[in-house]
Design a protein around this ligand. Structure first.
Ligand code: AMP
Length: 361
C-alpha cells in the first residue's frame, strides 16, 4: 500500500493491488490450517497513481484469484486457464496469452547479474528511471515501454538462457499443458510484470481492441511472498484482471453481456382474487428453483404477457380457473410459442427441462 497526504493534508493509504493483502490475510488468520490448496478470490477497487488515459484510471475495479499451497505446474495451468476461460465465457475472442518464467532463487541471481553487466555496458543509453531501476530491480527494465529503450531492450540477455533445470522443466510443463488444452500461448521472454515477488511463471492476457493499455489481466507464481510477509514457506499462484478494461474489450468486439437477471419463469394470471392468490403462492414456490416474476399490478392478461416478453422471460405459467380446477398448469415457451399442460406434481421437473432446453444455456 502507499500513503500520502491529500490536498487538505489528510493522510491517505491506498492499495494498488490485492495479492499482498491476500498473503497477509493468509498469515494473520492462520489459513494454512484450512484446506490445501486454498482457493481465494477478491473483487474490489484498486488505486494507482498514474497519468490517466483510455483504459488506465486512478481507481479501477479488479477481479483476482489466488491459489495457495500448490507448487506444481498444474496449479499454474489452472490459474492461466481460469483467467482465459473467464474472458472467453464473457464472449471475448481476440485474446493473446503471453507466458514467461522469471526463474527462482537458484537461477534468477545469475540472470540479474548478466542483465546488470549488459546495462552497465550501455549506461549512456539509460534513462534516469532506468538508472534507478538498474540498482533496485534491473528486471523491470526488461518490459520497459520507453521508446528510447527499445534498441537497448532488444539486445538484452535472454532469461531462457539462464533458467535452472527445475525452472525450465516447470515452464515447459505449464506450456505443454496449455497447448494440450488448446490455449495458444506465446513465449514472452521480456515479460516480467511490475512486481518483484514473482517466481517462475508469469503470464498476461492481452487484447487487440485496447490500444496502448493492451493488458486485460495477468499474474504469476509467487512462492516466497507469504514467507516474506511473516508466514510459513507456502507456494502460491494467482492473477488479477481489470473490470473496466474487460468491458472496453467487449465493447470493441461488439459483444453484449448476457442479461442474466431476466426471469426464467413469468407467472401470468387470468381471473380474479382466487387466481391472483394462487399465483403469488406459486411464485413463492417456484422461486426456490427459478428466477420468477408474477404480476403485482393487477394488470390484464394481455399486459401481463407483454410485460413478460419485455423482461425476457423464457417460460410463462398461466394461472386461471381451468388450471386451478384441473391441477394442471399451462406452460408456454416464449420463443417457440408452444404450450404444454403440466401436472402440478411434475411442474418443477418439467420447468427445469424446459429452461435448460433454451439455445443459450
Ligand atoms: P496489474 O496488477 O497492473 O497487472 O493489473 C491487473 C489488471 O488490472 C490489468 O491487466 C488491467 O486489466 C487492470 N488495471 C491495472 N491498472 C489499471 C488502471 N490504472 N486502470 C484500469 N485498469 C487497470
Amino acid at each position: 500500500m502507499y500513503t500520502f497526504p491529500d490536498r487538505k493534508g489528510r493522510s491517505l493509504t491506498l492499495r494498488p493491488e490485492g495479492t499482498a493483502s491476500v498473503a497477509r490475510a493468509y498469515v494473520e488468520h492462520n489459513l494454512q490450517a484450512g484446506p490445501r490448496p486454498l482457493k481465494t478470490y477478491y473483487i474490489g477497487p484498486m488505486f494507482r497513481y498514474e497519468r490517466p488515459q483510455a483504459g488506465r484510471y486512478r481507481q479501477h475495479q479488479q477481479i483476482g484469484a489466488e491459489l495457495i499451497g500448490a507448487s506444481g505446474p498444474g496449479a499454474d495451468f489452472e490459474m492461466v486457464t481460469l483467467l482465459v476461460d473467464l474472458f472467453t465465457s464473457a464472449g471475448l475472442t481476440g485474446l493473446r496469452v503471453l507466458l514467461n518464467s522469471v526463474g527462482d532463487a537458484a537461477c534468477r541471481p545469475n540472470f540479474t547479474a548478466a542483465l546488470r553487466d549488459y546495462l552497465h555496458g550501455h549506461l549512456e543509453q539509460l534513462t534516469e528511471d532506468m538508472k534507478r531501476q538498474l540498482e533496485m530491480n534491473p528486471l523491470r527494465i526488461l518490459d520497459s515501454k520507453d521508446p528510447r529503450a527499445k534498441a537497448l531492450v532488444e539486445g538484452m540477455p535472454d532469461i531462457r538462457d539462464h533458467l535452472c533445470d527445475a525452472c525450465r522443466e516447470h515452464h515447459r510443463t505449464v506450456r505443454t499443458l496449455l497447448e494440450e488444452a488448446g490455449v495458444a500461448v506465446e513465449e514472452a521472454p521480456r515479460l516480467v510484470r511490475g512486481l518483484d515477488y514473482y517466481t517462475r511463471t508469469v503470464f498476461e492476457v492481452q487484447h487487440g481492441g485496447l490500444g496502448a493499455q493492451s493488458a486485460l489481466g495477468g499474474g504469476g507464481r509467487y512462492d516466497r511472498l507469504i514467507e516474506e510477509v511473516g508466514g510459513p514457506s507456502v507456494p502460491a499462484v494467482g492473477f488479477s484482471t481489470g473490470v473496466e478494461r474487460t468491458l472496453l474489450a467487449l465493447e470493441s468486439e461488439g459483444v453484449a453481456l448476457p442479461a442474466e437477471d431476466s426471469p426464467e419463469v413469468a407467472i401470468v394470471v387470468a381471473g380474479g382474487d382466487r387466481e391472483r392468490r394462487a399465483a403469488l403462492l406459486l411464485a413463492r414456490r417456484l422461486r426456490r428453483r427459478f428466477r420468477t416474476e408474477v404480476d403485482l399490478l393487477g394488470r390484464g392478461l394481455g399486459r401481463q404477457m407483454k410485460g413478460a416478453n419485455k423482461l425476457g422471460a423464457r417460460l410463462v405459467v398461466l394461472v386461471g380457473e381451468g388450471e386451478l380446477e384441473s391441477g394442471h398448469w399451462t406452460v408456454k415457451t416464449m420463443e417457440s410459442g408452444e404450450q404444454a399442460s403440466v401436472a402440478d406434481a411434475e411442474l418443477e421437473t418439467r420447468l427445469t427441462a424446459m429452461v435448460g432446453g433454451g439455445e443459450d444455456s
